[in-house]
Design a protein around this ligand. Structure first.
Ligand code: MG
Length: 258
């Protein structure tokens, strides 16, 4: 069932989202060659807890419960990379950091991909494409449209530039739970799927690759990589559907006023 959130619930989700944005602001200066992904995760968890929130991802059930506050996925890793003390970021890599925070019972979920040191133009363009795909999808996130309008816009944005778009993982409803109905795929047909209603809260998260859309899971039970080993970038925000268009939840007040 797709739940409609009250103005009060959306307000709380905005609070959760601002904490996620604060995490991004805090970790960005650390994203340099030489730092371990565990160190980045440690700072992220500190920021979340300092705001009185709880890391949404920690303990998510799986083969093993998810052990960290963030997912940190490097190069051909698409999502769900587990932070490690022995994984040191290197010059020329790209790294996506996915963060969830829960406060007063409601979640915010977002991801960004950053270049580490000197990165090839090809990878910089991939990072930009993932973000562009998010905004192309968000433009369709208005009352009266359907889920498929968002999905199709993301797919067109990616494939028209020659990128692959991951199909087996998708965005989702969000609110009292980290993952709620409906699924929000990054590919699909305009005019199909559930109708978008004011008060729905969604996380849109294009995962874009330099190759194909096929993925596989690593032996750690979590990390998803591209099957062809090509690099992937990930960009995500949570937002609410309103009568005045989408309201971004996982950005700072400054970003919202731009
Ligand atoms: Mg998500």
């Amino acid at each position: 069932m797709i739940t409609i959130k009250s103005a009060e619930e959306i307000q709380i989700m905005r609070e959760a989202g601002k904490i996620v944005a604060a995490v991004f602001a805090a970790i960005e200066p650390l994203l340099q060659p030489g730092i371990s992904t565990a160190r980045i995760d440690m700072l992220a968890e500190e920021v979340i807890r300092d705001h009185g929130a709880i890391p949404s991802f920690k303990g998510v059930p799986g083969v093993v419960p998810y052990p960290a506050a963030t997912c940190i996925s490097i190069n051909e890793e698409v999502v769900h990379g587990i932070p490690r003390t022995d994984r040191i970021l290197r010059d020329g890599e790209i790294v996506s950091v996915d963060v969830g925070a829960k406060i007063h019972g409601m979640h915010g979920d977002a991801a960004r991909t950053w270049p580490i040191g000197d990165v090839s133009p090809e990878l910089l363009m991939l990072i930009q494409a993932a973000e562009d795909c998010f905004w192309a999808g968000l433009e369709q996130a208005k009352t009266g449209n359907r889920i498929g309008d968002i999905s199709a816009a993301v797919q067109t944005c990616a494939e028209s530039r020659g990128y692959g778009v991951i199909r087996d993982l998708c965005g989702h409803g969000i609110g009292h739970n980290l993952h709620e109905e409906p699924n929000l795929p990054n590919y699909g047909k305009a005019g199909y799927g559930a109708r978008l209603l004011s008060g729905m809260t969604l996380a849109l998260e294009p995962m874009i690759t330099l190759g194909g859309y096929r993925i596989r899971q690593k032996n750690d039970g979590w990390t998803i990589v591209t099957a062809d080993g090509k690099a992937a970038a990930h960009y995500e925000n949570s937002f609410a559907i309103t009568d005045n268009g989408p309201l971004l939840l996982t950005v700072s007040d400054d970003e919202l006023s731009v």
